[in-house]
Ligand binder design. Structure first.
Ligand SMILES: Nc1ncnc2c1ncn2[C@@H]1O[C@H](COP(=O)(O)OP(=O)(O)OP(=O)(O)O)[C@@H](O)[C@H]1O
Length: 370
């Protein structure tokens, strides 16, 4: 049985789009207090359309959206703003406003008809600007800020609204890495500590894995049932929904460049382990060189990158000394390549066999340092 009082936002049988054109149908989800839900899907899948519908900016073609258990249609604009803040990219801002004035506008659900700010409003504005590190931008004209600075000011405005629910459309799009992780860290902490409910569209699976409780995948005119990030962003889903091929690693949520050397016999063997080979694999990929890598197990840090970029990976069992057949396979590979790169792997009893391979390469005069 659904507990509508506990839901910040719920969609039931939502159908939405533009004019007669249906973009999404049968959309159903519930978002709870303290929950971060990430919306992911390929370009043009309908993430912004769904967010605009959930914000009441786009009329539904069918179904209903509920805000704190009450139909969104039953809210006045001010009532809605007291509960829900939006961070959408295309919003226009007054041309001559300073950053502070833009943030102050976030207080409008609480101020009177003339928009006069009281002490608590000023305090909320100052707090919000401090959260997002925008204090140094206070008196700068909003129109003169960079895209990333604007995004942070708009987030400060949304926080100044002291919402219980926040909808964000690609908030990380213009941000540098530090500000991306800070923004998501901040939203995550607001959710965990203050019960803020967050619905955020993202293009970065790795960020969704780190900050979201659940992921809503949008594809083919539908929304998949919300699922844990690891489940939603599985290799199979990323292949099916994004057509990503085998380049995506579900654990890190990142993808390597597609391999272009399929079927070309390895020219180089990289002796590596413990992650030491990763920069070498990427360099060889940039050069377009076909290579083999080993000897390490699927539990090794090198493995997820090697299997995506190398033509051949010489594997061994996890946490065991390299077996004689695996060493033999590596020697066979070594006998066919033009050169061997020693990637300076950390050595222990588990991979001491690499030393024998290095000696062999040296004796053949084909050894190179990384
Ligand atoms: N104002 C509009 N009028 C008509 N069609 C639109 C409008 N806005 C978007 N669309 C169409 O609706 C579909 C979904 O667009 P939407 O912007 O929701 O996708 P998205 O998942 O947010 O994409 P992206 O990742 O590229 O931002 C697209 O085919 C798009 O062309």
């Amino acid at each position: 049985m659904r507990n509508k009082q506990r839901e910040k936002l719920a969609a039931e049988g939502v159908k939405t789009g533009y004019g007669a054109r249906v973009v999404l149908s049968e959309v159903a989800f519930e978002l709870h207090p303290g929950e971060v839900m990430a919306l992911l899907g390929p370009n043009g899948a309908g993430k912004s359309t769904l967010l605009k519908s959930a914000a009441g900016q786009l009329a539904l073609q069918g179904g209903s959206i509920y805000l704190e258990g009450k139909d969104l249609q039953a809210y006045s604009g001010r009532e809605r703003a007291a509960c829900m803040a939006l961070l959408f990219t295309e919003r226009r801002e007054p041309e001559f406003a300073t950053a502070r004035e833009v943030v102050e506008a976030g207080r409008y659900p609480y101020t009177g008809r003339f928009g006069t700010l009281r002490e608590q409003d000023h305090a909320a504005v100052a707090r919000a600007m401090a959260y997002v590190c925008t204090e140094e931008l206070r008196e700068r004209p909003f129109a003169e800020l960079s895209d990333g600075q604007r995004q942070r000011v708009l987030l400060a405005r949304a926080l100044a609204q002291e919402p219980r629910l926040i909808l964000l459309d690609e908030p990380t799009a213009f941000l540098d890495l530090r500000h991306k992780i800070e923004l998501l860290g901040l939203l995550r902490d607001f959710a965990t500590r203050e019960g803020l409910a967050v619905l955020v569209s993202l293009h970065e699976p790795d960020l969704a894995l780190k900050c979201a409780d659940r992921v809503l995948l949008v594809a083919d005119g539908k929304v998949l049932p919300p699922a844990a990030p690891e489940e939603a962003l599985s290799e199979e889903n990323m292949r099916r929904i994004y057509g990503l091929g085998a380049t995506y690693d579900a654990l890190s949520g990142s993808a390597e460049l597609p391999r272009r050397t399929e079927g070309t016999p390895p020219d180089t063997l990289v002796l590596a382990g413990g992650g030491s080979g990763i920069p070498v694999y990427r360099r060889l990929r940039r050069e377009g060189t076909s290579f083999a890598a080993g000897i390490f197990s699927p539990a090794d840090l090198d493995y997820p990158v090697a299997i995506r970029l190398a033509e051949k990976v010489i594997e061994t069992a996890p946490y065991e000394p390299v077996s004689a057949p695996d060493l033999q396979a590596a020697k066979a590979c070594l006998s066919k390549v033009r050169r061997v790169i020693w990637a300076e792997p950390p050595l222990g009893s588990g991979n001491a066999a690499l030393l024998a391979l290095r000696e062999l390469a040296e004796s053949k005069g084909i050894l190179e340092q990384k």
